[in-house]
Design a protein around this ligand. Structure first.
Ligand SMILES: NC(=O)c1ccc[n+]([C@@H]2O[C@H](COP(=O)([O-])OP(=O)(O)OC[C@H]3O[C@@H](n4cnc5c(N)ncnc54)[C@H](OP(=O)(O)O)[C@@H]3O)[C@@H](O)[C@H]2O)c1
Length: 259
C-alpha cells in the first residue's frame, strides 16, 4: 500500500527512543521530513545517525516538553527548518506507577504536565498553522490504561482517559479546517519505559520474559515498529476518513467493548 507520505513535514515528540524513534525512522523511510524532540541530545543524535541517507530530512532539538515555552520553540524551529507542519505526533509522555495514598498532589501535577498538558499545548501551537495551511493531522499516542483502570497506575490512566476525550473534542474543533485528529491506545510495548515500569506492575521475582508473556492474550508484548506502522497508516491520506477515533493496539489486553 502506498501511503503518500513523501514530502510531508512531521513533528515527533519523544522521538529519540521507543515508539517515537520507530515512528520517526518509519516516516523518514516513507519520504517525509521529521523534526524530532526529546530532552537528551545524545539519543536524538543517535536517531539522526540511524537515518542514513535520509539524514538531510531530519532535524533535532533538545527540549523538555513540560515547559510551554520549549513547546513553542520546537514548533517554531520545525517551521524555520521545513516551512510548515503537516503532521504532529504527540508521543512524549510518562507517568509513574504507585499506591494511591503515597502519591501527593505534586506527583499528579508533575506527571500530567508532560502527558496531558504537553499534548494540549503542542496541539494548541500547531493547530492555527494547520488551519492556515488548509489542513493537517494530529495523532496522540495515548495508552490502553485509558480504558483499563488499575489502582497501580491511576495518574497515567486518568491522563490517558482525559486524552481520549481531548482527541475526540479536538477532532470536532479540527473538522471545520480539515485538521484530522486521531488517538491510539497502545498496550504493553517493548521500550525502555516498559522495562522501567515492569517492577511496578508485576511481581519483581518474575523474569521479564515471563512477565511480558502474561501481559496480553497473545502471549507477548508489542514492538515499537508495530505501533509505528499503525501511526504511519493513520497519518496518511489512506486513513482520510478516520477522524476523532481512539484506536487500540494491545494484543487483546483490553477486554471491554470500548477499546
Ligand atoms: N511502552 C508502552 O508499553 C506504552 C504503553 C502505552 C502507552 N505508551 C505511551 O507511548 C509514548 C511513548 O512511550 P515509549 O514507551 O516509547 O517511551 P520511551 O521509550 O521511554 O521514550 C520516551 C521518549 O520521550 C522522551 N521524553 C521523556 N520525557 C520528556 C520530556 N519531559 N520532554 C521531552 N521529551 C521527553 C524521551 O527522551 P528523553 O528522556 O531524552 O527526554 C524519549 O524520546 C508515551 O506517551 C507512553 O505513555 C507506551
Amino acid at each position: 500500500m502506498k501511503l503518500g507520505l513523501d514530502g510531508k513535514i512531521a513533528i515527533v515528540t519523544g522521538g529519540s527512543k521507543g515508539i517515537g524513534r520507530a515512528t520517526a525512522l518509519g516516516l523518514l523511510a516513507e519520504g517525509a521530513s521529521v523534526m524530532l524532540c526529546a530532552r537528551g541530545i545524545d539519543a536524538l543524535n543517535e536517531v539522526a545517525a540511524a537515518a542514513g541517507d535520509a539524514r538531510a530530512r531530519i532535524a533535532t532539538i533538545a527540549a523538555d516538553l513540560t515547559d510551554g515555552v520549549a513547546i513553542k520553540r520546537v514548533v517554531a524551529r520545525a517551521v524555520e527548518q521545513f516551512g510548515r507542519v503537516d503532521i504532529l505526533i504527540n508521543n512524549a509522555g510518562s507517568a509513574r506507577t504507585g499506591e494511591f495514598l503515597k502519591l501527593d498532589d505534586q506527583a499528579w501535577i508533575d506527571d500530567w504536565q508532560l502527558k496531558f498538558f504537553g499534548y494540549v499545548r503542542m496541539a494548541r501551537e500547531v493547530l492555527p498553522r494547520m488551519e492556515r495551511q488548509g489542513g493537517g493531522v494530529i495523532l496522540n499516542v495515548i495508552g490502553a490504561a485509558a480504558t483499563n483502570p488499575r489502582r497501580s497506575y491511576m495518574i497515567g490512566g486518568a491522563a490517558n482517559a482525559a486524552l481520549n476525550h481531548f482527541t475526540k473534542a479536538l477532532a470536532d474543533e479540527g473538522s471545520k479546517s480539515h485538521v484530522r485528529v486521531v488517538g491510539i491506545n497502545p498496550g504493553p510495548i517493548l521500550t525502555e519505559r516498559l522495562l522501567k515500569m515492569r517492577t511496578g506492575l508485576t511481581p519483581s521475582a518474575e523474569s521479564a520474559a515471563e512477565a511480558f508473556r502474561k501481559m496480553t492474550p497473545l502471549g507477548r508484548v508489542g514492538t515499537p515498529e508495530e505501533v509505528a506502522d499503525l501511526i504511519m497508516f493513520l497519518v496518511s491520506d489512506r486513513a482520510a476518513f478516520i477522524h476523532g477515533a481512539n484506536i487500540t493496539i494491545d494484543g487483546g489486553y483490553t477486554q471491554g467493548l470500548m477499546g
